[in-house]
Write a protein that binds this ligand. Structure first.
Ligand SMILES: Nc1ncnc2c1ncn2[C@@H]1O[C@H](COP(=O)(O)OP(=O)(O)OP(=O)(O)O)[C@@H](O)[C@H]1O
Length: 233
């Protein structure tokens, strides 16, 4: 699903302090692409993901997803959009500790009107055999696989990943990247990946660099590096 953003601004007010998290940020992401978003801490990467994903509203400008302007959606419609079209993956997995693997993934399924079958998704992420385990019984990489399954079972058009490998070592991180690439190849899911790891840009169709709330550089890769081969830093 294509994403178009133009002159998007977002300002946070905390007490006396005003923070311009997004300053006229713009991007064009064609359908079915993997995009890596790079930039220093505080440059607005998570804010951009949050407004694209409908977790938060932007102040000015426009974001269109599949031609639909998000600022024109009423709150209830924005909730529907987020539930049916968007999957989120975070650095810290955010699994519910008292639920099993299958029950955690079920949370994602219940939020969707058009989910994939549970067994298919658990199989795809290689967690079927551990479906009755609790998060504390899993490694970090396995927990992130469950988080990917929870996001994926909704059959989302867009996967938004905020530092998905930030807590993982190279081998485990690359396995998660391979899984994301597989999802993009198999389902045509548009995938945005925020990372501090520049090398992850090598596997993306498009790389975006942010600085101080602006998108300061955008380029397309002519050849894509296999996730296994990306430079790890
Ligand atoms: N809810 C909020 N309230 C107030 N300020 C916020 C809020 N969310 C983000 N900010 C501020 O907006 C700016 C951009 O933050 P954002 O999290 O988008 O950056 P980031 O590039 O994702 O950073 P990091 O790489 O550290 O996650 C920062 O100055 C941050 O402190």
């Amino acid at each position: 699903m294509a994403i178009f953003a133009e002159k998007v601004t977002k300002t946070y007010q905390s007490g006396e302090v005003t923070v311009k998290a997004l300053r006229e940020a713009g991007l064009t992401v064609p359908d079915n692409k993997i995009v890596t978003i790079l930039g220093p801490s505080g440059s607005g990467k998570s804010t951009l993901l949050n407004v694209i994903g409908g977790i938060d509203r932007y102040d000015e400008g426009r974001i269109e997803v599949d031609g639909q302007a998000l600022d024109l959606l009423k709150d209830r419609q924005l909730t529907e959009y987020r539930r049916n079209k968007i999957g989120f993956i975070f650095q810290q997995y955010n699994l519910i500790p008292t639920l099993t693997v299958e029950e955690n993934v079920e949370v994602g399924r219940e939020l969707s009107s058009d989910p994939f079958p549970m067994e298919d998704i658990l199989g795809k992420v290689g967690m079927f055999d551990k479906k009755d385990k609790f998060p504390f019984q899993l490694s970090g990489g396995e927990q992130q696989r469950v988080a990917v399954a929870r996001a994926l079972i909704k059959n989302p058009d867009i996967l938004l990943c905020d530092e998905p490998t930030g807590a993982l070592d190279e081998e485990t991180g690359k396995n998660i990247l391979k899984l994301l690439k597989y999802v993009n190849d198999t389902y045509g899911t548009t995938i945005l990946i925020i990372t501090h790891n520049q090398g992850i840009g090598e596997m993306a169709h498009q790389v975006i660099r942010m600085s101080s709330g602006e998108i300061v550089e955008t380029y397309e890769n002519e050849t894509l590096v296999d996730p296994e081969q990306v430079t790890w830093s």
